[in-house]
Design a protein around this ligand. Structure first.
Ligand code: SF4
Ligand code: SF4
Length: 407
């Protein structure tokens, strides 16, 4: 059985071609592309209109999984997300780049703890505030968006993190990203593409907002600067990979050793001198090469069954990283048609629920791998460490909800 320490690697587990890669603008995200096309003007969440219209039709038709009660559960789960940050816009709503409640004299007086002590303090507090996995990385500037919907993100040598008329300024001293992962309700995710999977996602977003906003105020109260962030400002998945939380899968999502891909991600950028974690490699790239479950179960065929590439031939992807590129517009158009977001690729990924012997019939990979079947190995790791319960080896595992002390 591999422990997390044995998964650590010195090199990042992906390849970037620096001659091709350029920082990515939010306006090229699928959400922005589809929304702007639908609304006829720049928009990020306009895609929701068509999705909600079809949701109403399905509720009226009495479609299974689209009842009034299920919709109410989704709206309630999404409340804190919409109040705090609406999925994430920089320096907006409660995702403020300046302190909201910490007295100014405290926010300008850094505590004298060592980096090791600060790192332990931040990780323990992130857990208290609701994070299920927390990793720290040096902030790689190439993962900061080049531009938001209207203004650029400008990296400066000195100064404060702040929004001005001409852009969002991020000083180079904000050189750490604390990446936070939140486990979603596994049973509800299995209901995808029905509304209950959307409930799990919405609640994940609400928890992201609560923890990111709270952790940013905690850091400011210790005398350092903090930018709380949901989907905005920088790309969460590469930061999570750099912070050692997991690896990128064929479906374009993070796969963690503890919870597979059933997590949502937020981050806090800071100038607190925290100790970075090492990235990990537990064999996901090799496993995904032989597994196409997510691609087979993606209703609009937005996930490729082919090889990794470095060139992405569509506007919603960003060439220069060797990976499997997702057809983002197809994915989002399916959400609109479906009347609710989809999570089929999370639900069917075997790293979400662990090894089942039936999968061996579909997978031809173990003979080709020199480390054995990483799914079996990782499932043992999860069972031994209390992340998964499995009564019998051949049965589907039950994901264990982590004990959280606080929020
Ligand atoms: S969310 Fe659904 S539609 Fe989108 S890539 Fe995953 S399986 Fe496909
Ligand atoms: S379903 Fe299979 S191919 Fe897709 S991400 Fe999970 S392990 Fe990789």
């Amino acid at each position: 059985m591999l422990s997390r320490d044995e998964m650590k690697v010195d090199q990042k587990p992906y390849r970037v071609d620096g001659s091709i890669y350029q920082r990515f603008p939010v306006t090229n995200q699928a959400f922005a592309i589809v929304s702007t096309r639908d609304m006829g003007e720049p928009s990020y969440l306009g895609f929701l209109e068509k999705m909600h219209k079809n949701l109403g039709t399905r509720m009226q038709q009495g479609d299974k999984g689209f009842s009034r009660e299920e919709n109410a559960r989704d709206l309630g789960a999404n409340a804190m997300n919409l109040i705090l940050g609406s999925y994430g816009f920089p320096n907006h709503q409660f995702l403020q780049w300046k302190s909201m409640i910490v007295p100014e004299h405290l926010s300008k007086m850094p505590v004298g703890n060592s980096s090791k002590e600060l790192t332990d303090m931040v990780k323990n507090t992130a857990k208290l505030y609701g994070s299920d996995l927390t990793g720290i990385t040096e902030l790689d500037e190439k993962w900061i968006y080049s531009k938001d919907m209207e203004k650029p993100f400008i990296i400066i040598d000195e100064g404060e993190p702040e929004e001005k008329e001409e852009g969002f300024y991020i000083p180079r001293s904000m050189n750490r990203a604390i990446v936070l992962a939140f486990l979603m309700d596994e049973e509800m995710i299995y209901e995808s593409p029905e509304l209950d999977a959307s409930v799990a996602t919405s609640f994940g977003y609400s928890r992201m907002g609560i923890t990111a906003v709270s952790l940013a105020e905690y850091i400011r109260a210790l005398g350092y600067r903090a930018i709380p962030s949901m989907n905005d400002t920088a790309l969460s998945i590469p930061l999570a990979v750099d912070a050692g939380l997991g690896q990128l899968g064929r479906h374009g999502l993070l796969i963690t050793p503890e919870y597979g891909s059933n997590v949502r991600l937020a981050k806090v950028l800071t100038d607190m001198p925290l100790e970075p974690d090492q990235p990990i490699d537990f064999g996901i790239t090799e496993f995904c090469e032989n597994c196409i479950l997510c691609a087979e179960h993606c209703p609009p065929e937005a996930i490729t069954q082919g090889e990794q590439t470095i060139d992405c031939n569509q506007i919603t992807g960003n060439s220069g990283v060797k990976k499997w590129y997702i057809k983002g517009e197809r994915c989002l158009n399916f959400w609109q048609e479906n009347g609710a977001s989809c999570a089929n690729c999370i639900a069917v990924c075997p790293f979400t629920y662990g090894f089942e012997s039936m999968q061996c019939f579909e997978c031809k990979g173990c003979a080709e791998r020199d480390r054995g079947c990483i799914l079996q190995t990782n499932t043992l790791y999860r069972i031994e460490n209390g992340y998964l319960k499995q009564e019998r080896w051949a049965d589907r595992g039950e994901v264990m909800i982590p004990r959280r002390r606080g929020l």
